[in-house]
Design a protein around this ligand. Structure first.
Ligand SMILES: Nc1ncnc2c1ncn2[C@@H]1O[C@H](COP(=O)(O)OP(=O)(O)OP(=O)(O)O)[C@@H](O)[C@H]1O
Length: 607
């Protein structure tokens, strides 16, 4: 085994001058028992793990990028059963035979002085025309020294360096501490109702390999997540994760704004989403903006983001209706798209396809809505001031005394007796385990992350819920109250409309690239207005274009897309749907304004 080294820079250009390139943190040579004439040179660099196989003078290099590596653990070999061969080496010849245990296990094999380093990665691979992530485990065996302690020290050095690099922290002698757990709020009713199963099979294994501890709470009723974040000490967690559709994150966001300390809570605790709903607009947006493949029900890439803990700011939109204030991150809709969203609820069991099926039905029975739309147009979207830090926000409860009345339906959840399970995981869904140094185990072990807890629905109905006064806080509005006249620079359009839909993210659903020019934090809302009079065929080609975003370029007498910073919609009559982030809100006047960079969002690692 070659000497390992810290911080050696081996990058040279063709003239032999040093160039600031990949920094090499550690380097070792490993041998393969089954291939006597091959060696592997393994280097841990600022780019990732470089593996060079050298056989009879030829060499082949593979690099596993740091963004694809999620964790690393040190193991010892497991004591062999009575009657099995006691020869240590024999367990390594057959690639399927290595069994490892954690260092503190009572079942370890004292005779094997090797330390095994497992490195877990999910590598982007092209399959047919799309990309997906494939699980790959690299196993390195350290046994140059005569004592296990010395071999383990070497392996731990690698593990610590890998963990520091993953966390984006300076290299130290101890791995970065996960002193706070992440909070997971899972909606078992989202989308086709598979959130629990998806979490256990796709997300939990990644958190366990990365040794990220979590508290999982399954929502017990609508508004559970909102009450939870409003009433708990959220500072006990480092991230709050919605596992479900956009509706659960909407609840979490609004629960945060119901806290008096909303500003501190939102600046200290980032939010994240794992998509298990039927719309999944925000998750699709994140993947789109961070070049992460989005495959329905394949949550690998977005789960890896929970491990890396990289954050980016996101805008929120403050919305007022006649009786409520709420905060939104996705969209406000009136007319066709909202009708499709709400009325297709009855087809929830078929997942995201419910939108396409209902779109056909709504096109046949096209509705028109009368009302007045007012907005403040952004003249030059290419030249917006971009605040790097969240704006300094003045605090408000509301503009209008009629709003924010105590919500009689709001309760604190006092259920301290929730059932607690350990989060042991069935690893059978993992696809592939690569291996180096003759160790190969398809049945790779999954260990529950120390300290993680699973809080399930209480079976005996012993819930104790006590009423609480819920009051919306958040940044103060700059708009006049909903019943007051708007300033003169606002644009007004009165007439009949097929729909008005305003979005502040590129995707508002898995297959709806609604506002291609939008980003997470640009301070822009994109308002699409479709006037009555448009033909069904024009509307159909418009709807078909939403998948690719080509509809956004349409600008004719019926269809236009306008960048706005505030708007008001006043529908005439009392029948119709208004939606905020896909959730139904009261029908009637509604107004909105955007606040840039208020929320921190967990996003994939781009490095
Ligand atoms: N345990 C529960 N029982 C019933 N409803 C719940 C429960 N937990 C949350 N809800 C409600 O379910 C609604 C839908 O949730 P969610 O957004 O997760 O799924 P979805 O509607 O399928 O996805 P999307 O919003 O992306 O279309 C939300 O309004 C939420 O308040």
């Amino acid at each position: 085994m070659a000497d390992s080294m810290f911080g050696k820079d081996v990058s040279k250009n063709i003239e032999g001058d040093s160039v600031p390139k990949d920094h090499v943190y550690l380097e070792e040579t490993f041998y393969i028992l089954s291939k006597k004439n091959s060696v592997f040179r393994v280097r841990l660099t600022s780019k990732g793990l470089s593996l060079t196989k050298e056989t009879d003078g030829s060499s082949k290099e593979q690099t596993i990028l740091l963004r694809d590596i999620i964790g690393s653990k040190c193991m010892r070999s497991k004591r062999r059963r009575h009657g099995a061969s006691s020869c240590v080496c024999s367990s390594l010849v057959g690639p399927q035979q290595l069994k490892v245990v954690e260092e503190n296990s009572g079942d370890l094999d004292e005779n094997d002085i090797s330390a095994y380093l497992y490195i877990y990665s999910y590598i982007l691979k092209r399959s047919r025309r799309s990309w997906k992530r494939e699980r790959t485990t690299i196993t390195l065996r350290f046994r140059s020294f005569d004592k296990y302690e010395d071999n383990n020290r070497e392996a731990q050095k690698w593990r610590t360096t890998i963990k520091c690099l993953i966390a984006g922290q300076p290299i130290t002698y101890v791995p970065p501490l996960n002193d706070k757990k992440i909070l997971i709020l899972l909606n078992p009713k989202s989308g086709p109702g598979k959130a629990r199963e998806l979490f256990q099979t796709k997300v939990a294994p990644i958190l366990q390999e990365a040794e990220v501890p979590y508290d999982l709470h399954v929502t017990k009723y609508a508004q559970f997540a909102r009450e939870f974040v409003r009433t708990r000490n959220v500072y006990a967690w480092r991230t709050i994760v919605a596992v479900g559709g956009d509706g659960v994150l909407f609840e979490i966001l609004n629960g945060m704004f119901e806290r008096l300390d909303w500003q501190q809570a939102l600046s200290e605790i980032p939010l994240a989403i794992i998509p298990c709903g039927s719309g999944n607009g925000l998750a699709r947006t994140i993947c789109h903006l961070y070049n992460e493949p989005y495959i329905t029900q394949n949550l690998t890439g977005i789960s890896m983001a929970l491990v890396k803990n990289r954050i980016t700011p996101m805008d929120v939109v403050r919305i007022e209706t006649k009786t409520k204030i709420m905060f939104s991150f996705l969209s406000v809709g009136w007319g066709l798209l909202s009708d499709i969203d709400i009325e297709s609820e009855r087809l929830r069991a078929i997942g995201g396809q419910r939108f396409a099926v209902w779109a056909v039905a709504r096109l046949l029975g096209l509705r028109r809505y009368r009302g007045v739309i007012s907005y403040v147009k952004i003249k030059d979207v290419t030249n917006l001031p971009k605040p790097k830090q969240p704006l300094t926000l003045s605090h408000s409860v509301s503009q209008d005394g009629a709003l924010d009345s105590p919500d009689a339906e709001a309760f604190i959840d006092c259920d301290e007796n929730s059932e607690v399970f350990s989060n042991a995981v069935n690893g059978k869904h993992h696809q592939r385990v690569d291996s180096w140094y003759s160790v190969n185990s398809r049945r790779s072990a999954f260990y529950s992350t120390r300290g993680s807890e699973y809080h399930s629905v209480t079976s005996g109905g012993s819930e104790m819920r006590s009423p609480v006064h819920a009051c919306m806080h958040g940044p103060a509005s700059h708009l006049p109250s909903l019943v007051s006249q708007l300033p003169s620079h606002w644009v007004h359009e009165e007439g009949e409309f097929v729909m008005v839909h305003v979005a502040y993210q590129p995707y508002i659903g898995e297959d709806f690239l609604f506002a291609p020019r939008s980003t997470l934090s640009d301070g822009v809302m994109w308002m699409l207005i479709i006037k009555a009079g448009i033909s069904r065929s024009q509307l159909l080609s418009f709807l078909l274009g939403i998948g690719q975003g080509s509809h956004a370029e349409i600008n004719n007498e019926y269809v236009k897309m306008i960048p706005v910073s505030a708007f008001r919609i006043v529908p005439e009559g009392s029948s119709g749907y208004l939606t905020v982030d896909g959730e139904l809100v009261e029908y009637g006047p509604i107004q909105a304004e955007i606040f840039p960079n208020v929320v921190n969002l967990i996003v994939p690692d781009l490095k």
